[in-house]
Design a protein around this ligand. Structure first.
Ligand code: NAD
Ligand code: IPM
Ligand code: MN
Length: 385
């Protein structure tokens, strides 16, 4: 009997609610497919932060490195300033473990209405391959108020030094810029590198090949942000030369969203820089029926981490209205990643048939049914058994 150690970080809001259902599905899959999961739970999130002032200690990160994978609910809470938990926990993990791919499949399901009617017999079957370590997520920048002085004592905020560490490199430097007249202002810097673009491009093209597709779409915006996304276009083209049988289609991200909203089918692999990937994946989840269907994985060569596309949804936390299917599908992605593909397929199939039944009593509230979070999880597990 195989034994896996899985780090479990339920987090905030609906995180613990949906993760409980994912854990149930994994337990049933383990019993059926002869493996055992030893969960290693972590309390990090808003309550832990309020109690201890700690976001994610390095000692926990070192422990997590010894696990086979991680399952995460969501972090972030209205009681905490935006960014503290998100950057301090989620992004810290993505960067520390160099999880350079954020893989977010978007599939429509039988009997689940999509907000945009689909052509008959056609399903949404796209996957966002989001670069997960660079772009405007570098965390480099500063904010200042009028009359404040920077590090050199000069007026203005735009005088600061920075450091960022990634798997591929360490970036450090200083910025010295001046607004005249002096005014309250913010500066934030994005970065892309050839090795960073190259590795995510290879991943996207290999995936398209595996899916038997002839095209990869790159969501770009070189027309307005030429340094960063002009470079992205050129470097992606360069990396794509290794795949002569697959076409690279560069699309401005605004037009891509327009086309997705008008016809969400037929888009295949969508390669995105970090920020656009975040936005496009929420849009695609909505187009398949809801955020509660969007699963994802943060994948690297070390520890990989699986988490839904959605956040902690404080507006419905504690009401039972959370749809746990995204988290359950994340558990399936995680099992597939660690080599338990049959178990993963069984979970996927149970989710699909739970939805296909079309019965309001087992349909998540998000999708127009009356089943609360636990009841949805119970039903998926029942189907698996
Ligand atoms: P959100 O994804 O939490 O919620 C957006 C909307 O979708 C809300 O109306 C919510 O009720 C609904 N929704 C989300 N998941 C759902 C589900 N499973 N079932 C039914 N409805 C669902 O985005 P937000 O409101 O921008 O963010 C809330 C908090 O979550 C913020 O603190 C944010 O930073 C954080 N966040 C965390 C993650 C993460 O940890 N992976 C991801 C996104 C947002
Ligand atoms: C996501 C989230 C995160 C992101 C936030 C919480 C930092 O929106 O995983 O999609 O922007 O990557
Ligand atoms: Mn997001």
């Amino acid at each position: 009997m195989k034994n896996y150690k899985i780090a479990l970080l339920p987090g905030d809001g609906i995180g613990p609610e949906v993760i409980a259902e994912a854990v149930k599905a994994v337990a049933v899959a383990g019993a059926k497919y002869a493996f055992n999961v030893e969960w290693v739970p972590y309390p990090f999130g808003a309550a832990h932060y309020a109690r201890t002032g700690e976001t994610l200690p390095d000692s926990a990160v070192a422990e997590m490195a010894e696990t086979n994978a991680m399952l995460l609910g969501a972090v972030g809470d209205p009681s905490v300033k935006p960014g503290i938990l998100e950057r301090g926990i989620l992004l810290k993990l993505r960067f520390h473990f160099d999880q350079y791919i954020n893989l977010r499949p978007a599939r429509s399901f039988e009997n689940v209405p999509c907000p945009v009617p689909l052509p008959k017999g056609v399903r949404i079957d796209s996957v966002v391959v989001r670069e997960n370590t660079e772009d405007f997520y570098m965390g480099i920048g500063a904010v200042g108020k009028t009359g404040e002085t920077g590090e050199t004592g000069e007026s203005g905020i735009s005088d600061f030094s920075f450091e960022a560490e990634r798997g591929l490199y360490k970036l450090s430097g200083r910025v010295s810029a001046k607004f005249e007249p002096d005014c309250a202002a913010a500066l934030q810097i994005g970065a892309l590198t050839r090795p960073g673009v190259e590795r995510v491009t290879r991943y996207a093209f290999d995936l398209a090949k595996k899916r038997g597709e002839k095209e990869v779409i790159l969501a770009s915006k070189a027309n307005a942000v030429p340094f960063l996304y002009g470079f992205l276009d050129e470097e992606t083209k360069r990396a794509a030369e290794a795949y002569p049988d697959i076409t690279l289609k560069i699309q401005n991200v605004d037009a891509l969203c327009y086309h997705l909203a008008r016809n969400p089918t037929g888009h295949g692999v969508i390669l995105c820089p970090n920020l656009f990937g975040d936005i496009v994946s929420d849009l695609l989840s909505a187009l398949t029926g809801g955020l509660g269907l969007g699963a994802g994985g943060n994948i690297g060569s070390g520890l990989s981490m699986f988490e839904p596309v959605h956040g902690s949804a404080p507006d419905i936390a504690g009401t039972g209205k959370a749809n746990p299917l995204a988290a359950i599908l994340c558990a399936a992605m995680m099992l597939d990643h660690i080599g338990e593909s049959a178990a993963a397929r069984a979970i996927d199939a149970a989710v699909a048939s739970c939805l296909a039944e079309g019965d309001a009593s087992v349909r998540p509230v998000e999708l127009g049914g009356s089943a609360l979070c636990r009841a949805v999880g119970d039903h998926v597990v029942e189907i698996m058994e």
